[in-house]
Design a protein around this ligand. Structure first.
Ligand code: AMP
Ligand code: MN
Length: 341
């Protein structure tokens, strides 16, 4: 069924109206299900658990269900092991809150459409699938939006809630690297630290919990890095054989893609993860005005200007060539914007 995309910009008062509507809907309901996109990231998990703890503090019955498990470095955070991993939502609920998900099918969880849907998201192009929809493309993380809802609910900003909002912001800004950051991001973070968040502890648990095998896998992948577009574009690829010989876990290549951008000249990175010989998970990252979300969208994916992803079918040389054509164009467009042209 065709769906209308929600508006990409809203005024402060429109945001306030959406927040108030969602607050009232949550306060008048008891059993609440929370879901997010498949292969959840730090913003999905942080947003969900912050929301769950806040609603529980208000006496609600809350269940989180996701299609896939949380990334291993997040497992040690409060509440993460209580998240149900399932492909179908079962049971009676008065509302389902879908966080950080541009369309309902991206949850990978069936049956959510049986419930009163509340859609809260910051991804451009959100499909507006909810009974209530709040989109804020200016939020650096969905967790910033959850913070607003928690304030509106007048729920206590406990250290668990604050930590989860911080996890969402820290991870979705690429550790404070992306151009999505606003002054408000820091206003919120200040409040979170005042509420007891320990930033070095959170950063160490998320980013410095590698196994040696994972580090060696990163090494193997990075030593076969290819440079294109005069050194501005890095291409990296991983397949199962590479992971097995390095002793790393194939599922756990999260974070690898960010490393090429630490090279000054590299402006964008594309990472191909082989699912099978004719299917690749593609992740992209960029600096500044280079819009890799537009590239991902062209291939049926999505994300943000500086971090996006898609799944592409075909033999590797052909898939690589198709992506590179778009990426080189995106880099040229981004450079033109950056130079004020
Ligand atoms: P990843 O490279 O998987 O870390 O994803 C980076 C960003 O792109 C995240 O915001 C994802 O939610 C988004 N993203 C990744 N894959 C897809 C997809 N197939 N469709 C829409 N958004 C995606
Ligand atoms: Mn996000």
């Amino acid at each position: 069924m065709p769906q209308t995309t929600v508006p990409t910009t809203s005024t402060t008062s429109e945001h306030a109206e959406n927040i108030a509507r969602i607050r009232d809907a949550l306060l008048s309901r008891q059993r609440i299900l929370i879901s997010s996109h498949a292969r959840p990231d730090g913003d999905s998990i942080g947003s969900q658990l912050a929301m769950a703890y806040a609603l529980k503090a208000l006496g609600k019955d809350v269940t989180i269900v996701n299609k896939d498990a949380a990334p291993p470095p997040l497992m040690a955070f409060p509440g993460v092991p209580t998240i149900l991993v399932a492909e179908r939502a079962e049971g009676e609920y008065d509302a389902a809150v879908v966080l950080e998900c541009s369309d309902l099918t991206r949850t990978g969880v069936e049956g959510l459409d049986r419930y009163f849907l509340i859609n809260i998201d910051h991804h451009p192009g959100n499909a507006g699938f909810g009974a209530l929809n709040w989109f804020n493309g200016d939020a650096a993380a969905c967790a910033e939006m959850v913070f607003d809802i928690i304030e509106a609910l007048d729920a206590p900003l406990t250290v668990e809630i604050a930590t989860h909002v911080y996890v969402g912001i820290l991870t979705d800004t690429g550790s404070f690297h992306y151009s999505s950051i606003t002054p408000r991001t820091f206003d919120i973070c200040r409040r979170l630290v005042e509420a007891g968040v320990d930033p070095p502890k959170v950063a160490r648990s998320i980013f410095d919990s590698n196994s040696l095998g994972r580090l060696k896998l990163f090494g193997a992948v990075l030593s076969s890095i290819e440079l294109e577009d005069g050194g501005r574009l890095a291409v990296v690829r991983v397949d199962r054989a590479m992971a097995a010989s390095a002793g790393g876990n194939y599922e756990d290549t999260e974070g690898l893609i960010n490393l090429p951008l630490t090279v000054r000249e590299i402006q964008a990175v594309v990472f191909f993860k082989e699912i099978d010989a004719r299917e690749f998970r593609v992740s992209m990252r960029s600096k500044g005005d280079i819009d890799v979300c537009a590239v991902a969208k062209h291939f049926g994916g999505g994300g943000h200007k500086n971090a996006s992803g898609c799944t592409v079918r075909g033999a590797y040389p052909e898939v690589r060539a198709r992506l590179l054509r778009d990426l080189v164009e995106a880099i040229q467009r981004g450079r033109a914007v950056g130079q004020g042209a």
